[in-house]
Ligand binder design. Structure first.
Ligand SMILES: O=C(O)CCC(=O)C(=O)O
Length: 279
């Protein structure tokens, strides 16, 4: 998929005069390691990358995010016994490594066009008693028929150990190859068991969901999600348009500037409707 698009991109080249495209931190990773990771992603839809965070980094993340965990989810998708923190980069620096870890960037560099985007960064704390989350895909809100190449990819990082009974993410192995069919009752959910400091990297087309937490302890995790760089308007109006201008224009224009939600939650700001920024 990227090969077709990149021919157009190559035609235009990098037209920036002053701010040329910057190199990805993924370039530092041994190509043989990335090739093995990528082979697993293509075959199963995911790969587990073990032991990427040190005990000190894990302790820092726990210390910073735990005081921010407040309310539980507002619907079945968020989970009524699950706590979430959105807009994490605006609240702490401790999770930056989750976003730009070289092992992850090296995979993204091979799956997507340069300048791919961060689409989501979220803390997810599944409390004891939470039910299994509905299976879903992370790029399913882009209404492009399947089977197809993924338009995005995600990581879920274990800040606590992920075990078979504490809400470890479940995946449907190989489901990135499915056409438009949906999971049926009884679809086999495979829990991603991994030690704290590891992450599972998976394609946006892979069916997955949070597992049921049948243990007596919460399961703390972070998810970073990414998408192709062209999944955005030509002008970055949401970056450039001051709030007083957004308030002054018509509702039709305001909606087209990005002050709207594409269901279920595309365009949100800190887990809320972007119009709250104008209040
Ligand atoms: O918390 C998890 O393990 C998965 C959660 C998830 O996939 C989501 O909320 O989109």
């Amino acid at each position: 998929m990227s090969a077709e698009v990149s021919s157009i991109v190559d035609l235009a080249g990098d037209l920036a005069g002053t701010y040329r495209r910057s190199e990805s931190g993924g370039a530092a990773v041994d190509p043989a390691v990335v090739a093995a990771d990528l082979a697993a992603v293509h075959s199963d839809g995911y790969v587990i990358l073990e032991g990427l965070l040190s005990p000190a980094e894990l302790a820092e993340i726990r210390g910073e995010v735990q005081p921010l965990l407040e309310r539980t989810g507002r619907n079945n998708f968020e989970g009524h016994a699950t706590q979430r923190i959105y807009s994490v980069l605006n609240k702490t620096r401790s999770c930056d490594r989750i976003v730009d870890h070289p092992r992850v960037l090296a995979l993204l560099d091979r799956l997507f066009l340069p300048n791919y985007l961060l689409s989501m960064l979220q803390v997810i704390n599944i409390l004891p008693g939470e039910n299994a989350q509905m299976l879903h895909t992370d790029d399913g809100f882009y209404p492009v028929p399947r089977p197809r190449a993924a338009l995005g990819a995600a990581t879920i990082w274990a800040i606590d150990d992920f075990t078979a009974d504490n809400g470890a993410t479940d995946v449907v192995v190989g489901s990135q190859h499915w056409d438009n069919r949906l999971p049926i009752p009884g679809t086999v959910r495979t829990p991603i068991v991994m030690p704290a400091g590891s992450c599972v990297f998976f394609l946006g087309t892979l069916w997955h969901g949070g597992g049921a937490n049948r243990s007596p302890r919460p399961r703390l995790a972070l998810t970073a999600q990414y998408c192709e760089p062209w999944l955005r308007p030509q002008e970055a109006f949401t970056l450039s348009t001051p709030h007083e201008v957004v308030r002054a224009v018509s509702e039709d224009i305001r909606r087209m500037l990005g002050y709207s939600i594409h269901p279920p939650f595309i365009g949100q700001v800190d887990g809320m409707h972007p119009k709250r920024l104008l209040e």
